[in-house]
Design a protein around this ligand. Structure first.
Ligand code: SF4
Length: 452
């Protein structure tokens, strides 16, 4: 349980983890710098003693890499991680073995984390042997039985000689939990601990983990893409997007009143259990970009419904968002004039405008009766000069002059969101990285052209 007087147990400061940092053959051939995958990028996070901290985000956002950094299964490329006041990249042999005992990880797939040739007794006892804990075979056997009972594998004697393949998924994950607990750790990172289990037994395993937190005085990190699990288990939650933490705070506040547009989109996309409940429209566009080549400024800007128009924009925010999307699609060769004219049914710059200004909503964000394939520009609050620029670009596209179309749009319609990476700022009880929030203010700043 989180305490009223929080004491930091894990302190992550500006940690990055880059993969593939060496030059490949083609890089060497063309004299190019390596282009690493920025799995975790400049993340700062504090986990207090007794916390259950959730780390959530879509797959590939870097949450598992961050979990592995916390338990020292990866070394940071930059930055520092302190555990109980000590930098974990700078441990003596003795401190390292103490760290290995105090910090454990539970993985998604219990089948993979357990050796199929070892019995339950051998698997759970092994960490005691590795850490030199226990006074001989008898003492260790008793300790194993005690922990098996604690994780609900009772009577323990019935499980000691079983092999993983003889157990159900839930039993296997309980063995993995017992294996983590046997060394009496302080901190456990749980990476999607129930996602491989049958839905009917997930709640049982999660409730067990809550009980064990009290009994063993544990601090947990739960890594999950499952937002209902995060809601159920975690006191505090950090949301990751493309290697960045973009919002963190008390789970209740992050879930019920998210500040960052990505968090809003993430939670709004979760289908309601109650079919009568109104489903919010998250309205996020496009797919997650490649982490090898993340967008400039705010990494979420190509998909963000709230992208901020420049000061001199006189139209609506919605019109700016569509204009910006049009520009990006032309610059990234993502607006095919043939496909646009075919889908709209006539060959003219208007058809390209209609298609290019329509929002590309991913399936989970599209309402059943909604058609997002084209939009009539005349219903948008689009300034005349902007429309002329878009039309000129559309004409060039139609005439097969892609480079000319790009030149029309290059340097136009630039948002602060595209230009500057937002710092983490306080926004009420949360910390969020979004230009919509100013340093000392807690409410969203109304961007020009918005009615928010
Ligand atoms: S900084 Fe801009 S693009 Fe990023 S989340 Fe905030 S409003 Fe959206």
């Amino acid at each position: 349980m989180a305490s009223d007087d929080p004491k930091p147990l894990v302190d992550v400061q500006h940690v990055s983890k880059l993969f593939d940092t060496t030059q490949g053959v083609t890089d060497r051939l063309f004299g190019r710098e390596p282009n690493p995958v920025r799995a975790v990028d400049d993340v700062s996070l504090t986990i207090n003693e007794g916390d259950i901290m959730g780390i959530a985000g879509e797959s590939g956002c870097g949450k598992t890499t961050l979990g592995k950094l916390l338990v020292k299964l990866h070394e940071p490329t930059h930055g520092s991680i302190e555990f109980d006041g000590k930098d974990i990249s700078d441990l003596s042999n003795e401190e390292r073995s103490e760290f290995r005992q105090r910090v454990q990880m539970i993985f998604q797939d219990p089948f993979e984390s357990l050796n199929p040739r070892m019995t339950v007794f051998q698997s759970v006892m092994e960490p005691l042997k590795i850490n030199g804990i226990g006074d001989g075979y008898h003492d260790r056997r008793e300790r194993v039985k005690e922990v098996l009972n604690d994780v609900g594998l009772s009577p323990a004697e019935a499980y000691l000689d079983e092999f993983p393949k003889e157990l159900s998924g839930g039993e296997r994950q309980r063995v993995a939990i017992a294996r983590a607990l046997i060394v009496n750790p302080d901190f456990i990172v749980c990476d999607e601990p129930v996602s491989m289990l049958d839905v009917s037994i997930r709640a049982g395993v999660l409730n067990l983990m809550k009980e064990l937190q009290d009994e063993y005085g544990l601090t947990y990190v739960f890594i999950s893409h499952d937002l209902s699990l995060i809601r159920y288990m975690c006191d505090r939650t950090a949301i990751m997007y493309l290697g960045d933490i973009i919002e963190q705070g008390p789970t209740q506040d992050v879930v019920m009143n998210p500040k960052h547009p990505y968090t809003e989109a993430l939670f709004d996309a979760v289908p309601e259990i109650d079919p009568e409940a109104e489903r919010h429209r998250a309205n996020v566009t496009g797919e997650v970009p490649n982490p090898r080549n993340p967008p400039s400024g705010c990494r979420f800007h190509p998909r963000c419904a709230n992208i901020i128009p420049p000061e001199d924009w006189t139209g609506s925010q919605d019109a700016f968002r569509r204009t910006f999307q049009f520009k990006r699609r032309v610059l990234h060769d993502d607006l095919d004039p043939e496909e646009a004219t075919e889908s709209v049914g006539r060959e003219s710059p208007d058809a390209i405008l209609e298609r290019g200004l329509a929002l590309e909503l991913p399936e989970e964000h599209t309402l059943a009766d909604e058609s997002s394939r084209s939009v009539d520009p005349s219903v948008l609050d689009l300034p005349g000069d902007a429309e002329r620029t878009l039309r000129d670009a559309a004409e060039k596209l139609l005439g097969g002059d892609r480079e000319g179309a790009k030149a029309e749009l290059e340097g136009e319609f630039v948002s602060i969101c595209e230009r500057e990476h937002p710092d983490m700022r306080e926004a009420g009880s949360r910390i969020t990285a979004c230009h919509l929030y100013e340093e000392e203010e807690t409410d969203r700043v109304v961007a020009p052209g918005t009615s928010d």
